[in-house]
Design a protein around this ligand. Structure first.
Ligand code: 8DG
Ligand code: MN
Ligand code: MN
Length: 373
């Protein structure tokens, strides 16, 4: 089917596979430490160190096998003295005291907990922490806290949307979205993006891109899709954002935040019976309601930007960052989710496929499953 075709591009990810083995793997511990250090720097608004830790984590993720001595990580890029010191600690003591200190930190714990709620960013989390709040229950019972609509949905569906989405669940959602989109517009173009396109087994949401073959026809599509999902009774929450895309703007290679395409962040109701392999099975015996809430992102770029949007939304975030940096530093080109601009020739380089973009950059095509940096 359509979903299986999208997934065929996917392959298993080494670090994910390793996470499921319960053996002592210093590299895996180091990877987790680097991710936590990155998150902790993010809370402290230390952007430089945060990116350095993320790059280090990304390099570690790409290493294929277990490492049992420090020499094995010598000479690798993006691994500084700090990383090596942590690795030495892990190899000697089996753990890192530095990261354990961070894990015990009250502020870190609170910010991590608060930002795990859909709709709560570091700023809101910090505000709550400063008010002396420490638990989700305290947030919900504190009379002076005003939650916005997104945060209310985040709390309402907290346990469901903090649970990982499986590939089978993503596939079931893919069928629902496809049926809905093609019921409205049979010629609509739909693609699975995000982690599942990269072949990941689990994700925190399911991401899709949709457009129409004729320019401008995509404009009304997303709102139609939302209406149709509501009519089917499966729309639990919808945050819609209209397009703010400006064709004359140069792409920004340091692009980090939201792109300007029309999009929506949804929470959908997924019936357990629609998930392959779970028919008649009860995944959680305590939970008999037979459905779960899942986060879904839909993005609708105009068709002439489709390839750029697909490349950007397929991620990973780190891969996107690395590619944009490469374009800028090595090719004097500006790349983001909307366009590619050649600074030397002073012109926009059009693309209809991801292959076109890699070709413009003078790179060989990189398969989605190879973009798990
Ligand atoms: P996951 O859901 O499995 O946890 O991972 P993911 O699929 O890689 O992450 P994601 O947060 O769902 O985002 C998918 C990709 O889209 C990610 O690599 C970064 C990219 N991306 C953009 N723009 C935006 C945006 O505005 N919001 C989000 N959340 N992601 C964006 O290019
Ligand atoms: Mn995703
Ligand atoms: Mn997403």
């Amino acid at each position: 089917s359509w979903f299986t075709d999208s997934m065929r591009e996917g392959r298993p990810v080494t670090v994910e596979t390793r996470h499921r083995k319960k053996v002592f793997d210093p590299l895996l511990i180091l990877y987790d430490v680097m991710e936590e250090l990155a998150e902790s720097s993010e809370f402290n608004e230390s952007k430089g160190p945060c990116l350095a830790f993320r790059r280090a984590a990304s390099v570690l993720k790409s290493l294929p096998s277990a490492v049992h001595c420090l020499e094995a990580i010598q000479g690798l890029p993006c691994l500084g003295e700090h990383t090596k010191a942590v690795m030495e600690e892990i190899l000697t003591f089996g753990r890192s005291f530095k990261v354990e200190e961070i894990r015990c930190d009250e502020r870190y714990q609170a910010l991590k907990l608060f930002t795990s709620v859909f709709g709560v960013g570091p700023k809101t989390a910090e505000k709550w922490y400063r008010r002396g709040l420490r638990s989700l229950k305290e947030i919900l019972t504190e009379p002076n806290i005003q939650l916005n609509r997104m945060q209310r949905a985040g709390f309402l569906y907290y346990s469901d949307i903090s649970k990982a989405v499986s590939k089978a669940e993503a596939k079931a959602l893919g069928c629902i979205i496809e049926e809905t989109v093609h019921w409205i517009a049979p010629d609509a173009i739909l693609a699975l993006t995000g982690g599942f396109r990269r072949g990941k087994e689990y994700g925190h949401d399911v991401d899709f891109l949709l457009t129409m073959p004729e320019m401008g026809k995509e404009e009304g599509l997303l709102l139609h899709v939302i209406d149709r999902l509501r009519d089917q009774g499966i729309l639990l929450y919808c945050e819609y954002q209209g397009s703010t895309f400006d064709v004359s703007k140069l792409p920004s290679w340091r692009f980090e935040d939201m792109d300007h395409f029309q999009k929506c962040f949804l929470i959908l109701r997924l019936e357990q019976g629609q998930v392959e392999g779970e028919r008649g099975l009860q995944s959680d015996p305590g939970d008999s309601r037979g459905w779960r809430a899942v986060r879904v992102d839909l993005v609708a770029p105009p068709v002439d930007r489709y390839a750029f949007a697909l490349l950007g939304w397929t991620g990973s975030r780190q891969f996107g960052r690395d590619l944009r940096t490469f374009a800028y530093k090595e090719r004097q080109m500006l790349l983001d989710n909307h366009a590619l601009y050649d600074k030397t020739k002073k012109l926009f380089l059009p693309a209809t496929t991801e292959e076109d973009i890699f070709a413009h950059l003078g790179l060989e095509y990189v398969e989605p499953w190879q973009r798990n940096a």
